[in-house]
Every structure is written in structure tokens, then in C-alpha cells.
Design a protein around this ligand. Structure first.
Ligand SMILES: Cc1cc2nc3c(=O)[nH]c(=O)nc-3n(C[C@H](O)[C@H](O)[C@H](O)COP(=O)(O)OP(=O)(O)OC[C@H]3O[C@@H](n4cnc5c(N)ncnc54)[C@H](O)[C@@H]3O)c2cc1C
Length: 470
């Protein structure tokens, strides 16, 4: 144990109501793991907070001892920012209370909540909070970075639906940020990630919704190209109730995929419709009628089923690497580059995920929140996914090569929640014309850059971001 960590442990011991886990403790091995197995770190101490007072105590003691500190909600940071070697992990996983007020359509949830915790509490009242697509993701990191998902076009990003935050700042004070108090912090927390402090509570707006019509299919051969052209032409005029996502991948080995297509390049299509069933069926029929779709499905399902159906596709403990960018238009050259990369994908689980935002996301003004570009509606998330460390170089290399080839067609900007740990130089790009404003907020709340394990906004007097080698 380093001197700093020993100091933190000595300060917290006896007063801390949560769990203090050191490498010698039996629960430590499990507690140190995060979702992405590419990032295996050994913190000196994991402080699993029971309440806000624990968070305040842990922050104050780590600042006093000058100990590198990672904050963890769901542990799904693709870049692995929720752990560190030798330092403190401030783990919020015991803080998952959710309260829903159906009458005012508001919910409050604690800073360690998972999307699934929030969804099950809100759905019990027939309401939804727009968030991400995998229920074991942490709401903390997702909402603070922005939060895109099935409902983005209909109700906006997760951060667009936040009414207020309670945050423990670097001096240990509990600060509220909302439309009436600390307006600049309220602005910055909607897209600025974990840069300003530990958010212990989110107050959010909810919307009535409990079911969805979902259709899925695959296309292959020339119809990968054709469906992408259909998509780019259809989406700018599409109703907000439609969320049409496409993932370019290798067709999976499953019974409804013809054997000769399995393992071959394909476009995986998901059409979620949140409006009246007749209009939804008409749109799905129209899209399906144009190309040779196979393995088609169509069913009405509960919102909870939608929110959990991808959980098993992104398990904990595999190796992941992400690259992301925005396109104003998906031109033919960009489509061609993506399709040409498919036969050489090194892992059958890897996908080029394409989403079209627009809708309610695009109607929020560029300066209303810190969140990155809302004007480039085509978003690409390239997610490499494999299991064996010996394949790291091949998978990371393939992703970087494809990203570099696509980069000239991209608009500057990136969604911080889909960045990897080797992209610190892209952080100013993520906030571009909002950069000086967000730096000013960082300077005010965390001038010494105590909260630096994140897509880091470096304040004027800040410590440099610690990039810990894998
Ligand atoms: C399987 C999977 C699916 C995903 N799906 C989506 C999706 O549909 N839409 C989408 O927008 N994103 C999605 N993401 C990306 C996701 O938004 C980010 O990975 C996000 O950081 C995860 O949040 P977390 O709380 O689990 O992360 P953690 O690893 O716990 O934390 C990530 C970062 O957020 C900070 N942080 C977390 N909680 C707090 C808090 N309470 N206060 C202050 N800082 C905090 C941490 O310090 C860290 O820097 C997905 C990621 C994964 C792995």
C-alpha cells in the first residue's frame, strides 16, 4: 500500500459506512473487475460508498492525501476510466435507490444506478427515462456523457431529460445544479462526463410508454450497400417515432440465418417503432419490401424486453476497443470503405454500429448543453469485441485502420462515451465551440484536476491526465 492510500484507509476506517476493500480482502478480486477485460487494474483501495456522507469523506481524504482516484458507477467505461493502479476506486454500486413520482412524471436515482434499475422502477408506473440499450450499463457515466438509445429521437438524449444533479465537488461540498442553481455546472454536467465531481443523485423527467413494435432482419451482398443508401435517404424525413439502426457485421451462426450466409458480411437491421401500430407496420413493410432481407422478425414487446434483449450480446469480461465519429452525410465512398473492411474483421463479434439521431436530439440548441455535435445526425460506433489477449493487436489494429480510412469523411466531433483510452487529444474536438466554456466550469469546480480519470477536460492549473499503461 502506498503512503497516500494508507493515509486514506486510516482516515476512513471506523467512520466509513460502506465497504473498504484492500487487495488482501476476499471480496477485492471480484470488486476490482470492470466490464472491459482489456483494462485489468489493481487499485490500492476500493471504497464502496453507502451514502453521500461516505462519498464526501472519501473525496476529502483522497484530495488531502493526493491519491489518484477513479469514480465507478456501472464500470462500463469503454476506456476503463473507472479503475486505476495503486490508487482509490470510489465505487458507487451500493448507491442504487430509485424513487418515481408518477404524478409529476419525475424520478430521482442515486449516482451508482444501472439502467436496468432505473427502467424497472419507472416501468412499474408505465413511464420511461430515455437511456441506453444494454441494461447492465451504469446510468452515471451514460447520462453524464450524453446518453443515446432507442428513445433518443422521440424524447432526446438522457442528459436532455435531466432536471437537476446533486454532486460532491473536489472540496467535498455537496452542490446542487439545476435551472435555478449553479447554471453553468448544470450546463456542463449534461455532456461533460465525470470531470466536475461525483454525482450522487440525478433528478429526471419521465415519459409514458410501455411497449414497442420491433422488427429485425439482415441483408447481404449488394443489399448491404443498397440498404445503407435506403437508410440515409429515409431517415432525415422519418417520423421521430422510428429508430432505425444498422450494424455492419459478420452474419451470426444461428438457426434463422441461412447456413451459406453465416460468417459472411451482412447488415443487421433493427427497426423500433414507438407510435401507432398501423403506421409502424406500413413503414416496416415498405423497408422490408425493397431489398432481400433474411432472418426477419417482427413483434410487439414490452419496453423492458427491448431494454434487456442485447444484454447477453455484450457480456462482462470480454476484450473491447471502440472508435467513434459523426458524419453529416453518409456518402458512397464512406459506405464503400466500411463494406470493404468487413471480410477482414478479425473477430465474429465485432460490429460497425450506425445510428441516426436527429428528431428530438437535433431540436435542442447547440449551446443548451455541453453535449457534442447535434447537427451531424449519422453516428458511427465501431466496437471491436474479442476474447483472447493474443488477438489484441489484430483487433485494435483493424479498428484503427478502418477509423483512419473513414476519418476524412467525418465531421469533427466525437461522442465522449464511445471513446477509447488513447484519444485524449480528441477531447477538445468533442466539445469544439463549447470548449472554452466547459474549461471555465472545470477551472471553477476542479482546478487541480482531481477528477481526471475520464475524457479529461484539463483545467488551467490542472495535473496532467494520468494515462495508465494497460
Ligand atoms: C455494453 C455497453 C453498452 C452501451 N450502450 C450505450 C448506449 O446505448 N448509449 C450510450 O450513450 N452509451 C452506451 N455505452 C457507453 C456508456 O455510455 C459509457 O461506457 C458510460 O461511461 C458507462 O457508464 P458507467 O457508469 O457504466 O461507467 P463507469 O465505468 O462506471 O464510469 C465511466 C465514467 O463516468 C464517470 N462516472 C460514472 N458515474 C459517475 C457519477 N455518478 N458521478 C461522476 N462521474 C461518474 C466515471 O468517473 C468515469 O469517468 C455503452 C457501453 C457499454 C459497455
Amino acid at each position: 500500500m502506498s503512503t497516500g492510500i494508507s493515509e486514506v484507509f486510516a482516515t476512513l476506517r471506523g467512520k466509513f459506512r460502506g465497504d473498504l476493500l484492500r487487495p488482501v480482502d476476499p471480496q477485492y478480486a471480484e470488486a476490482r473487475e470492470i466490464w472491459n477485460a482489456m483494462v485489468a487494474r489493481t487499485p490500492g483501495l476500493i471504497a464502496r460508498c453507502a451514502d453521500v456522507a461516505d462519498v464526501q469523506m472519501a473525496v476529502r481524504s483522497a484530495v488531502a492525501a493526493d491519491v489518484l482516484t477513479a469514480v465507478r458507477c456501472g464500470g462500463h467505461s469503454l476506456a476503463g476510466f473507472s479503475s486505476c493502479d495503486g490508487g482509490l476506486v470510489l465505487d458507487l454500486s451500493r448507491m442504487r435507490e430509485v424513487s418515481v413520482d408518477a404524478k409529476s412524471r419525475r424520478a430521482r436515482f442515486a449516482g451508482g444506478s444501472l439502467l436496468g434499475t432505473v427502467d424497472s422502477s419507472t416501468q412499474a408506473k408505465g413511464l420511461v427515462f430515455p437511456s441506453g440499450v444494454v441494461s447492465h450499463t451504469g446510468a452515471g457515466g451514460l447520462v453524464l456523457g450524453g446518453g443515446t438509445g432507442w428513445l433518443s429521437r422521440l424524447f432526446g438524449l438522457s442528459c436532455d431529460n435531466v432536471e437537476g444533479f446533486a454532486m460532491v465537488a473536489a472540496d467535498g461540498a455537496l452542490v446542487r445544479a439545476n435551472a435555478r442553481e449553479n447554471g453553468e455546472l448544470f450546463w456542463a454536467l449534461r455532456g461533460g462526463g465525470g470531470n466536475f465531481g461525483v454525482v450522487t443523485e440525478f433528478e429526471v423527467r419521465l415519459h409514458p410508454l410501455s411497449s414497442v413494435l420491433l422488427a429485425t432482419s439482415y441483408t447481404s451482398g449488394d443489399d448491404i450497400y443498397n440498404i445503407l443508401r435506403d437508410w440515409r435517404e429515409f431517415m432525415p424525413e422519418a417520423p421521430d417515432e422510428l429508430k432505425w439502426n444498422i450494424s455492419l457485421c459478420l452474419a451470426p451462426t444461428k438457426s434463422d440465418v441461412p447456413e451459406k450466409m453465416q460468417g459472411k458480411p451482412a447488415a443487421s437491421i433493427s427497426l423500433a417503432w414507438f407510435g401507432g401500430p398501423e403506421e409502424g407496420s406500413r413503414i416496416i413493410d415498405h423497408i422490408f419490401s425493397k431489398r432481400g432481407h433474411f432472418a426477419r422478425t417482427r413483434k410487439t414487446m414490452s419496453f423492458l424486453e427491448l431494454q434487456t434483449m442485447a444484454d447477453g450480446d455484450f457480456p462482462h469480461g470480454r476484450r473491447y476497443y471502440a472508435k467513434s465519429g459523426y458524419f453529416s452525410a453518409l456518402d458512397d465512398r464512406t459506405i464503400q470503405i466500411m463494406i470493404e473492411a468487413l471480410p477482414s474483421i478479425p473477430s465474429p463479434k465485432t460490429q460497425i454500429e450506425l445510428a441516426y439521431l436527429g428528431g428530438a436530439v437535433g431540436r435542442v440548441g447547440a449551446s443548451e448543453t455541453a453535449f457534442g455535435d447535434r447537427s451531424a445526425a449519422f453516428v458511427m460506433n465501431l466496437l471491436a469485441d474479442w476474447s483472447d489477449a493474443k488477438d489484441d493487436a489484430a483487433n485494435v489494429g483493424w479498428s484503427r485502420n478502418l477509423f483512419n480510412a473513414l476519418r476524412p469523411g467525418m465531421k469533427p466531433g466525437v461522442y465522449v462515451n464511445f471513446m477509447s483510452d488513447d484519444e485524449q487529444e480528441r477531447v477538445p474536438e468533442a466539445y469544439h465551440e463549447r470548449w472554452e466554456r466547459i474549461v471555465a466550469v472545470k477551472n471553477h469546480y476542479d482546478p487541480r484536476n482531481f477528477f481526471r480519470l475520464n475524457q479529461n477536460i484539463q483545467a488551467a492549473k490542472s495535473k496532467p491526465t494520468d494515462r495508465q499503461p494497460r
